[in-house]
Design a protein around this ligand. Sequence first.
Ligand code: HAM
Length: 416
Amino acid sequence: MIQAVKGMRDILPPSSGVWNEVEAAARQVFHRFNYREIRTPLLEETALFARGVGEETDIVSKEMYTFDDRDGSSLTLRPENTASVLRAYVEHRLDQQPGLQKLYYIGPMFRRERPQKGRYRQFFQIGAEAIGADSPAVDAEAIELAVAILEAAGISGFELLINSVGSKESRAKYNEALRAELKEVAPQMCEDCRRRAETNPLRVLDCKVPGDQPIIEKLPSILDFLDHDDKEHFRRVREFLDDRHIVYTIKPRLVRGLDYYMRTTFEITHGALGAQNAILGGGRYDGLAETIGSKVPAPGIGFSIGEDRLVMAVEETGKSKVAPLDLYIAPMGDTALRHCAVLAGEIRKLNLSVEVGTDRKLKRMLELANKLEARFTLILGDNDIVSQAYSLKNMATGEQETLSRAALIDRLKNNG
Ligand code: HAM
């Protein structure tokens, strides 16, 4: 028996219906905020992520699906999409377009993590990137957008965490302070922390090992290392959020697991998700474009929602309602079956969903109509066609009426 690859799942109905609803809600909100869709390839040159996301991050150092193509070039299945969107922005000179480039994407990402509830090796993100400005107003609008999508998807009770990781310069100073402090304490920490204490001290703050947490709590706070401009930027982001009545908690340890961030970082967590409780993460990444070889600066901010986790949270609320079947037709006999197929086609043109039964036993067809939660059932025998008598049953009320073909179509149209 061949099964799906570990950590990669099939998304089956009825859950796929919830996925569709979540995506439709997101697209509507993106439209309201003037975001347009970008689709980038699933495969990129490995160097894009190595440079963009950072060699020392977990994503690049242990989680990428990388392989040599037949011509020897190294390719990687995208572990995230911000680097790809920036690559596309630079490659197509989108900086030449008027205004901000506000782009969104929905699609699969690949990370070879240890699978568990809410964590998969192929997972989906709904993401947004606003490129072309470093104004704190753009940060606040991006956060407002993230919150609006979660609300449109039907979830509440989430928590917004924000932080500033400063500019490259203030982060360099913070890194030095961390490095000095870690010299003392790193020997008592996990192996990853001991290595990162040397190579990339900031990443120590991402460590999830419980034993290391008391040590991490005592490390210096990045907020004490922000320079005047960083502090002012962060103050204004908060001011814009306050104006919008968006509630947040400042979390100075929120440095996020990707190296491209500067200044604003944020995450939204949700209680229903268990250990993998981050439903989305994002932040500002001025300088990323230059890291991947652009001569043109492209300051930007964005976020990615973990769609698997969002769907899980929506399903937990129990409020998701997948559109029911409008009509189940049970044909009794061969003439009826031929007739039903044409009738179904006509009703489907009214944008109603129709299923035509194929069983020979009426009882079984009616059981199925019930299971499919059909709103109406139509039982049609060969004689009924001749006499133009269509008996339509409203499954909610149990009411049954005999109608002409024209009246039947009218009834369905008005109840659609
Ligand atoms: P990230 O924090 O790596 O950021 O991922 C964002 C979200 O994707 C997470 O909060 C989580 O919900 C979901 N996610 C990540 N890994 C998995 C997984 N293995 N299984 C299920 N869900 C997962 C980024 O990817 C950045 N590109 C976000 C961003 C956009 N920053 C700026 N623009």
